[in-house]
Design a protein around this ligand. Structure first.
Ligand SMILES: [Zn+2]
Length: 285
């Protein structure tokens, strides 16, 4: 197998905007199995940096859900909201390197990505910076996703200079996730396929900050009958904690594995683990 089993550090990083639903459980399960199959560590990070979306008590509930399903983290959880000085330090390092510039554009004056670079050479006369962007270097980002295969993106052309700090003063998701993964020494990321499109940006940013970009695996998303990703915004219901084995089995099946009988959550994990590990070995070249 191609993956080094020593020093594996994985993580699950939910945003506490509501309880886990069956869609977010897939990412939790896959990242947990992968960490255990590699005899690695599995960390829990509460991504509560987007404070307007945080629901009070959702973090505690998510932890309760994970525990009830037998998914136990190996180090004390961290909350992004308690790590602001770390983000300020990383931001300052990028500034010193000349990789940050202020942007006066408003959402109204901009279309969708890519950002046209309006403020790259300096703010327009008499305007003040509202947000802060990364000066994205030229070049194509190549990487191999363990499930989705080879990927490439020219971030400068396809996304443009992306936002590190938003006009409302909050740190952008793309930035804090890279700082956290770097500082926590994360070696492997297993998460939902909706984040595949963010990976090139995050790898580029990681290197600028002096971190080795983690290996990635993006697992399928669950969609509702309208084809929309199951999400808290779509009011996907929390899964049934009274029937943990059935909940795990449903997620397992959605990940593409064959069902097997399990009397309780312990036997579920005991049997699922070698199956996950065997599947990963078969995949690696
Ligand atoms: Zn601008």
């Amino acid at each position: 197998m191609g993956t080094d089993t020593s020093g594996y550090r994985g993580r699950f990083a939910p945003s506490p905007s509501g309880p886990l639903h069956e869609g977010s459980l897939l990412a939790a399960m896959a990242s947990y199995l992968d960490a255990r199959a590699h005899h690695g560590k599995w960390l829990l990070r509460i991504e509560d940096i987007d404070t307007p979306r945080v629901v009070e008590g959702a973090d505690a509930f998510i932890m309760q859900q994970l525990q009830a399903l037998g998914m136990h983290w190996d180090e004390p959880p961290v909350w992004q909201s308690q790590r602001i000085p770390l983000y300020e330090d990383a931001f300052a390092r990028l500034q010193v390197g000349g990789y940050v510039y202020g942007c006066a554009c408003t959402r109204r004056t901009l279309g969708n990505d890519p950002y046209p670079g309006t403020c790259r050479q300096g703010l327009p006369e008499g305007r003040q910076a509202r947000s802060w962007r990364l000066r994205v270097p030229e070049g194509v980002e190549h990487f191999v996703d363990r499930l989705q295969g080879p990927q490439s993106q020219n971030v400068a052309h396809e996304v443009g200079d992306f936002i590190l700090r938003r006009a409302d003063g909050l740190w952008a998701y793309q930035f804090v996730v890279v700082v956290d993964d770097g500082l926590q020494g994360i070696t492997h990321i297993v998460r939902g396929a909706d984040l595949l499109a963010s990976t090139a940006r995050q790898r580029l940013l990681a290197r600028l900050l002096g971190y080795k970009p983690p290996d990635v695996m993006h697992v399928p998303l669950l969609c509702d009958a309208q084809g929309r990703k199951l999400s808290k915004q779509n009011h996907a219901p929390a899964f049934d904690l009274a029937r943990p084995v059935q909940t795990l089995q449903r997620a397992w099946k959605t990940l593409g594995f064959e069902l097997f009988p399990a009397e309780n959550i312990e036997t579920f994990w005991q049997r699922a683990l070698p199956m996950w590990a065997a599947c990963q070995h078969g995949d690696s070249q």
